[in-house]
Design a protein around this ligand. Structure first.
Ligand code: VGL
Ligand code: ZN
Length: 193
């Protein structure tokens, strides 16, 4: 069991339509994270703690798109339906939204890359981060790694992540890597109601 504390914040990584099954870069079973993340959201709201949602927010012609020679199909074009948060995600109105990779020339898998996320969290006295969302092997992995490198304590919401798995096992290896770097893991039942 784990009790939420005053220095905790929740980070929901890229829970966007294009990463759900049927989306441009659909993650298998990606929609399964939504009801779980809603339960984490409810815990954090009840405790009055900060909730952050990151989003991939690419311009048309982004360098990560296949037409530009990048590795991915076109996805999460800013203001498009595919870039919108999953309809079922119960994101509070006062959640902090962090848009990333929003210039043509740079990609960013981490919510900390070229954003003021670390500053905003520190300003609020946050020291421990609960992180879940999509995709385990890209944006979750990189957000967790940057959070640890920036000296935040990190708890990975291991029930509320799903992987792209370009190679089978990528998601499991990403979880091993996050643990090796110092992240601990919980499931939603571990949080003291
Ligand atoms: C992501 C691939 C490309 C992610 C974003 O959110 O994990 N993956 N852009
Ligand atoms: Zn992207």
């Amino acid at each position: 069991m784990l009790r939420l504390a005053a220095n905790d914040a929740l980070i929901l990584v890229d829970v966007q339509n294009d990463f759900l099954p049927g989306g441009r870069l659909g993650v298998a079973d990606g929609d399964a994270v939504v009801p779980l993340l809603n339960r984490y959201v409810a815990h954090f709201r009840a405790a009055g703690l900060p909730i952050v949602a990151t989003r991939d927010w690419h311009p048309t012609g982004h360098c990560s798109f296949a037409a530009q020679g990048g590795p991915w199909p076109e996805h999460c074009v800013a203001d498009s339906p595919g870039a919108a948060f999953a309809a079922g995600l119960e994101l509070p109105g006062d959640a902090l939204i962090i848009s990333k990779a929003d210039t043509v020339e740079a990609d960013a898998y981490s919510g900390f890359q070229d954003t003021d996320l670390a500053e905003q969290l520190r300003k609020q006295g946050v020291t421990r981060l609960f992180i879940g969302g999509l995709a385990t092997d890209y944006c979750v992995l990189n957000t967790v790694s940057d959070a640890l490198a920036a000296d935040f304590e990190v708890i990975l919401l291991v029930d509320a992540v799903r992987a792209v798995d370009v190679e089978p096992g990528d998601g499991a290896r990403a979880i091993d890597e996050m643990r090796a770097k110092g992240a601990t893991t919980i499931t939603v039942e571990d949080i003291q109601p």
